[in-house]
Design a protein around this ligand. Structure first.
Ligand SMILES: *Cc1c(COP(=O)(O)O)cnc(C)c1O
Length: 425
């Protein structure tokens, strides 16, 4: 590097640092960062889209729960509060994050299990109405669990999977879905935000296309809930399922939520017919009859301990408002793209996420052949993104807990790691 190059790089860094501090100073949500454990350290966390940081309030909530509620109320807790908790928290997710009126959202099993139960229920409802409807439409770039479980359902129910090929940079478009659905479609399963590229699908339009073809649609909201606004009622969703340990910071393995439109609930029968979803739980009758409403989508005892922490993030989302959260998310990903172009572009890394903010969720994927090794190096330095094949470094920016300064620090560390790995290779 010559002196002129060196001073040019120095002034570019100074400009980016000034931009980061101006953006942090103007950020109306900046104080929310202090609500999270670890925000005071220099660790850079780029993986809030996979496992959100713990809210500080959850530390006390979990201890108080063990001591006072579980400890003192013992089994009385079920009657007093816990039986209702999956529905109460579900309604809060509905109101704060996914645009659902009360009575349509419940916290239940893992995302995988809820998707299985609901895609199967939707498949059965659609093919009972019209036996020609035997296809489940899913895209090849969808998350593995989504692809695997539809293969299983198709095999169990004598149906088939209709795969949609996608350009990972542009995701599932209206044209691609229109070409895949028709009189043989039972159900469509799509992700709102693609887990690899971060592509944000036009959920309202795609829902309309599925409905015009006479099919039901299931939305996977794992990478949108808590980060990208969703209007489940307004966009006429049938069913949606989403994670709570990502942008809802519920903690490792916290249970997922399911949304089922009120108009559909009593038409759907899910396959894991357990006592908690039965019409009269404590009648313990000889045969199963499903409850009406959302309780029919439960199977066994609700995982109460797992759903405690997400309540603290829901309070933050209710306070900040999902539109302000999205505005911060867009500003963070715009900044990450700008810094990546400046620092990593010259090293051959490219932005593999959509460059148009309206088509991008809360993470940015950066592509380079050595990113797997770069990720390992960064983890040992307390800079934590994650890696997805092929060659994708995912930079997850959690609007409530990530600052612009943290984003710049992390991307500077990516730059050093990339230089080191590229010259090592
Ligand atoms: C994270 C994620 C899942 C995870 O499902 P689990 O059952 O919680 O393991 C499913 N789908 C998508 C799109 C995801 O991003």
């Amino acid at each position: 590097m010559t002196n002129t190059d060196g001073s040019r790089a120095g002034s570019m860094l100074a400009e980016l640092a000034a931009a980061a501090s101006a953006l942090d100073a103007a950020d109306p949500l900046r104080h929310h960062r202090d609500a999270f454990v670890g925000a005071e350290t220099s660790l850079v966390y780029f993986d809030g889209n996979s496992l959100g940081r713990p809210p500080r309030a959850s530390v006390d909530r979990l201890a108080a729960f063990a001591r006072d509620e579980w400890g003192q109320r013992l089994i009385r807790g079920w009657d007093e509060e816990w039986m209702q908790l999956p529905f109460d928290i579900g309604d809060r997710i509905g109101g704060a994050a996914i645009g659902a009126a009360p009575g349509q959202t419940v916290v239940g099993d893992s995302t995988t299990v809820l998707l299985y139960k609901l895609v199967r229920a939707a498949f059965d409802a659609a093919s009972a109405d019209d036996p020609a409807r035997v296809e489940i439409v899913v895209d090849r770039d969808n998350f593995p669990t989504d692809r695997y479980l539809v293969e299983g359902i198709a095999a169990e129910r004598g149906g088939r999977v209709r795969w949609v090929d996608v350009d990972v940079a542009s995701g599932v478009t209206a044209e691609a879905l229109s070409a895949a659905v028709g009189p043989t479609t039972a159900v469509v399963l799509l992700s709102h935000v693609a887990y690899r590229s971060g592509y944000l699908a036009d959920a309202a339009t795609l829902t309309r296309i599925a409905h015009e073809a006479g099919a039901l649609i299931v939305w996977d909201l794992c990478h949108s809930a808590g980060s990208v606004p969703v209007q489940a009622d307004e966009w006429d969703f049938d069913i949606a399922v989403g994670c709570t340990y990502k942008y809802l910071n519920g903690g490792p393995g916290s249970p997922a939520f399911a949304y089922v439109a009120a108009r559909l609930q009593d038409r759907l029968v899910q396959p894991i017919q357990g006592w908690m979803g039965a019409a009269d739980v404590f009648a313990m009758g000889p045969t199963y009859a499903p409850a009406s409403g959302m309780r029919r989508f439960l199977s066994g005892t609700p995982p109460i301990v797992g759903m405690l922490a997400m309540q603290d993030t829901l309070s933050l989302i209710e306070d900040a408002g999902i539109d302000a959260i999205r505005a911060k998310s867009v500003a963070l990903t715009e900044f990450a793209v700008r810094v990546s172009d400046a620092l990593l572009g010259p090293l051959g890394a490219t932005v593999a996420s959509p460059r148009t903010a309206a088509e991008r969720g809360g993470h940015v994927t950066l592509s380079h052949p050595v990113m797997r090794a770069v990720t390992a190096r960064l983890w040992s330095e307390d800079v934590i993104p994650d890696y997805r094949d092929p060659g994708g470094l995912r930079i997850g920016l959690s609007p409530l807990s990530t600052s612009f300064a943290e984003t710049l620090d992390g991307l500077r560390a990516v730059e050093s790691a990339l230089r080191a790995e590229a010259s090592a290779g």
